[in-house]
Ligand binder design. Structure first.
Ligand SMILES: C[S@@+](CC[C@H](N)C(=O)[O-])C[C@H]1O[C@@H](n2cnc3c(N)ncnc32)[C@H](O)[C@@H]1O
Length: 502
């Protein structure tokens, strides 16, 4: 696409750009209000094929927010009057100079970059739909700077947001994760192999006022030498693709070309006490748990791993979703065939979207592997990810059992049950439990004893009281303690020391 933004800016324009972006924020261009205006519960459900519907239904009233959404998110054509309503003349000229918008012969404006609201921050990228009249990216240049996609948002929401010394964002693209980390880290290094992406990240750091980001063009860890980081984030190209067409998307035929090297580099670059978080997809083979591959890439380094499984796709769904060939149905079918063939060659039976987190293990313990399934996070879930590691470590602590006996159980919040029953008997065949109001809505399958403990936890019993009732029912103490540990591990109950009772 010849009409894309250059992502370069004269020094003299930096402050003016920052002011202009702040003006766009002030008119309500933030994630919550844009979602609301488009009638979406989450921006991850924005569909480009529905653009005409959003425009006619949600943006019919042309206030400044509607105009900004149409221009920067939906790639619409804005009339001269609308442009004047959105920006004063100076700002229009700035956006033209910076190559963020263009005017046609009738003075109508269209965007040359997309602008994504991520929480209250704004991130520029190349146009999300470079060929709006046709589906897919087939004709996008291979150095296209990736839009803020669902995977980008999932990682942004999963990132553990505590204060860090140094953060590293690999495969930075638009720089979304580097920009977000800049506001809770002393310094951030952002790396991308694509010079155009590096320019876009620098541009975004200028626009957001984040002055603590160093942007490097390079291959993964190569620009950072031996340095270690407290936070490492990465959204690598991960798609197992029959042909490497797009730098931001394709991870070679296995999909693992880049991600395997990122994980292999963690032992050398993750600081003690730090966390590395990656959003990616993996092809899964029958009988081969993902953790085996991750451990292999870590080369035996003692790291705890949290694998959060978000979505699964069959080979056919994946091939159809990625196939190109807008020219004709035959071309499309032939592309589906190529994609599916490639997955078969890799022996992938399904593809899974995951969020991964890595931390150094406690040196006294063997490395942990935690695997959970959840819907993708709809809001910040960093605390829940951090808590998952902490709870597992607590459970393994030798004094845990002693603490447990002296504890009282409290429900961690309202819990939704979905149950199936066996007809003709009083048996729960299956109970699913979900702690409501969590950013990671994990569904837990409960054993009957775990279910019974949760029901009793409503009354906040002490563990000793629970053991007492269990004895009356001839239940083994060990089984009851294990079941309590299990509902605690899954965050469904809190434990408070009995001696702190009011
Ligand atoms: C999936 S995009 C992610 C962009 C952004 N981090 C996000 O979450 O929206 C992957 C990015 O990785 C970059 N990339 C691909 N191979 C790389 C490598 N070997 N080293 C550094 N960056 C690489 C691509 O240029 C692209 O910008």
């Amino acid at each position: 696409m010849s009409d894309s933004a250059a992502f370069t800016l004269d020094d003299a324009d930096v402050q003016a750009l920052r002011n202009a972006v702040s003006h766009v924020s002030k008119i309500g261009y933030c994630e919550a209000l844009v979602c609301d205006r488009l009638g979406l519960s989450d921006l991850t459900s924005l569909l480009w094929r529905a653009i005409p519907i959003y425009r006619s239904r949600q943006l019919a009233e042309r206030d400044v927010l509607a105009i900004a959404i149409d221009l920067f998110l939906l790639q619409g054509l804005i009339s001269p009057d609308e442009l004047n309503k959105l920006f004063d003349k100076d700002t229009q000229e700035l956006f033209l100079r910076a190559g963020l918008i263009s005017l046609d012969e009738k003075g109508r404006a269209h965007a040359r970059a997309s602008l994504f609201p991520v929480g209250n921050r704004l991130i520029f990228s190349d146009l999300a739909w470079p060929m709006l009249s046709q589906a897919g990216y087939v004709k996008a240049p291979s150095d296209q700077v990736m839009f803020v996609g669902n995977d980008s948002r999932w990682l942004a929401r999963a990132t553990v947001r505590r204060p860090y010394g140094a953060a590293l964002d690999l495969c930075t693209g638009s720089g979304i994760h580097a920009i977000l980390a800049a506001f809770h880290s002393q310094r951030v290094v952002a790396v991308d192999i694509n010079p155009r992406a590096a320019r876009c990240t620098s541009f975004n750091s200028q626009a957001s006022g984040a002055a603590n980001i160093e942007v490097s063009v390079g291959d993964l860890y190569e620009p950072v030498g031996e340095e270690r980081f407290d936070l490492i984030t990465a959204n690598p190209p991960f798609v197992p693709s029959p042909a490497n067409l797009l730098l931001f998307r394709d991870g070679g035929q296995s999909g693992e070309d880049v991600q395997s090297r990122i994980i292999a580099g963690l032992p050398k670059h993750l600081a003690k006490g730090g966390i590395a978080q990656i959003v990616t997809e993996f092809g899964e083979r029958e009988g081969e748990p993902l953790s085996v591959r991750l451990r292999e890439w870590l080369g035996g380094a003692p790291m705890d791993i949290f694998i959060l499984r978000l979505r699964e796709y069959t080979g056919a769904e994946y091939a159809i979703g990625h196939a190109d060939g807008d020219e004709s149905y035959d071309t499309f079918l032939s592309s589906v065939h190529d994609w599916f063939d490639n997955l078969n060659t890799q022996k992938y039976t399904r593809i899974v979207s995951v969020l991964l987190a890595f931390q150094w293990s406690d040196p006294a313990e063997s490395p942990l592997t935690i695997v959970e399934e959840s819907e993708p996070p709809q809001r910040d879930a960093g605390d829940e990810i951090e808590a998952a590691f902490q709870v597992e470590r607590l459970l393994r602590n030798h004094s845990f059992r002693e603490k447990l006996i002296q504890s009282r159980l409290r429900l961690a919040g309202p819990i939704g049950f979905i149950e199936s029953w066996v007809l003709g008997g009083d048996i729960h065949a299956n109970t699913q439990a979900k702690l409501l109001g969590k950013a990671l809505p994990i569904t837990h399958l409960l054993a009957p004893l775990e279910r019974a403990i949760l029901v009793m936890a409503k009354e906040s019993p002490s563990v000793l009281e629970l053991l007492e009732s269990a004895r009356g029912l001839n239940l083994e103490e060990e089984a009851v303690l294990t079941a309590i540990g299990s509902v605690f591990r899954r965050g469904l109950v809190f434990l408070t020391p009995v001696h702190s009772d009011p």
